[in-house]
Design a binder for this molecule. Structure first.
Ligand SMILES: [Zn+2]
Length: 424
């Protein structure tokens, strides 16, 4: 029996299925049919040579914003995915109860990539840059539960932010998210950055299976204390089964925090980007209006129209691949990096045998990468530089059993102002 597609000669890395080493991957229709050390080329109607490449399951980005055209943040999931090997996206709270059906109709059902969503506790979701919690009435638990129960196939959890979401000093959104999560038996994803509420208060609302995103933040809710030691409450939270998510974002990656945590063997369960329009063009986002790293956005109308630096040809310079580079620099192995971008998020979200693995029977979403060796500059949000020895390059993606052409990245929306690299 022949296969529709055969990927030959690659180094397979699939921690979920336990594959590691030179293997061939066979696809029939849109499913993985076989993974074996040697499958003859004649067995495939189409053969792709993957010699010298790492072949992995299609990547899962557990925290991104893909409600394109409707929200301040939303980027194109297919365009970005096709350049980076991400075949499954989890939108982290762009839609609330009032806007979820639009996410479903206009984005999820039209995209080539697979998309699931955390629904925002606020029924307006992240339409604007922030203030989704400005009015407590936006957190309507009954409505949220009705919407979730009609969309169980796409909703994987509930998202709540503190900080600059407009209702931060009030714990009501967290209480309501807790109630909804318990009723619906879904996890909460909570965003940490600037207090109030403080980290311990937020952690006190969370239970086993809930997700803390932005774990490498250098802001006031960081996971380390003044001496760089992991806070006791954070250790306890992890022991209690909380999931730790990278969520790189526009202001949530500090080398100081990351190195302190990595030095104490505290690694993210999941590597995610928190990709959105402000992050896509530069990981090293500097606000030229203030001359500092991505600062307090609430100060003035001017400061809010953040200018984004563009490197080189204007192609995105920040994405899942640069997150992987940073994790390799911090000392995570490539295999663990792949685990944290495939099997682990799939397991956490209940998508385990469907995506995030090359196990026969699962969806034929496959990515292939090479790793360049050299000296590569990496930067955090505070402008600090480090040099990594490895840089992950995306080479190709198979999506639903077919080679996936790259989709052009659209121009940014008018509220994203692009400036030259040096300037303001
Ligand atoms: Zn986010």
């Amino acid at each position: 029996m022949r296969f529709d597609l055969l990927i030959k000669g690659g180094e397979v890395v699939d921690p979920g299925a336990g594959y590691q080493g030179r293997m061939d991957v066979a696809v029939r229709r849109n499913r993985i049919a076989a993974v074996e050390p040697q499958i003859p080329a004649q067995a495939g109607f189409r053969v792709v040579d993957a010699t010298g490449l790492y072949v992995t399951p299609g990547l899962i980005d557990m925290h991104a914003h893909v409600y394109e055209g409707v929200t301040y943040w939303g980027i194109s999931p297919d365009a970005v995915g096709s350049h980076t090997g991400v075949t499954s996206w989890i939108d982290a709270g762009s839609a609330g109860a009032l806007t979820l059906s639009g996410l479903r109709s206009y984005i999820i059902s039209r995209a080539q990539t697979k998309i699931h969503a955390f629904i925002n506790i606020s029924y307006i979701g992240l339409v604007g840059q922030d203030y989704e919690l400005a009015n407590p009435e936006y957190c309507n638990v009954e409505l949220l539960e009705r919407v979730v129960n009609r969309n169980r196939d796409v909703i994987v959890g509930i998202k709540v932010r503190g900080g600059r979401s407009g209702g931060a000093k009030d714990l009501e959104p967290f209480k309501r998210a807790r109630r909804a999560a318990d009723d619906l038996e879904l996890p909460i994803m909570v965003h940490i950055s600037t207090a109030p509420p403080d980290l311990d208060t937020v952690l006190s609302f969370l239970k086993r299976g809930d997700i803390v995103t932005h774990i490498y933040t250098g802001q006031s809710m960081r996971l380390i204390d003044e001496n760089g030691k992991i806070r006791d409450t954070v250790k306890k939270a992890r022991e209690a089964g909380l999931i730790m998510d990278l969520g790189h974002g526009a202001g949530s990656f500090s080398f100081e925090s990351a190195e302190a945590l990595a030095g104490q063997s505290f690694w993210p369960d999941v590597i995610s980007t928190d990709l959105h329009w402000l992050t896509i063009f530069g990981a090293n986002l500097v606000d030229p209006l203030k001359g500092s790293a991505f600062g307090d956005l609430s100060a003035s109308a001017d400061a809010r129209s953040i200018a984004v630096q563009v490197k080189g040809d204007g192609k995105p310079v920040f994405n899942m691949l640069t997150c992987m580079d940073k994790m390799l620099y911090l000392g995570m192995s490539f295999r663990d990096v792949i685990r944290a971008t495939t099997n682990r998020p799939a397991e956490i979200l209940g998508l385990k045998n469907e995506v995030g693995t090359l196990k026969p029977g699962s969806r034929a979403d496959i990515s292939a990468f090479s790793i360049d060796r050299g000296n590569f500059e990496l930067r955090d949000h505070h402008g600090n530089a480090r040099h990594g020895k490895e840089m992950v390059r995306h080479v190709m993606t198979i999506l639903d059993g077919r080679p996936w052409e790259r989709v052009e990245i659209p121009s940014p929306p008018p509220w994203i102002r692009l400036v030259d690299q040096g300037g303001g």
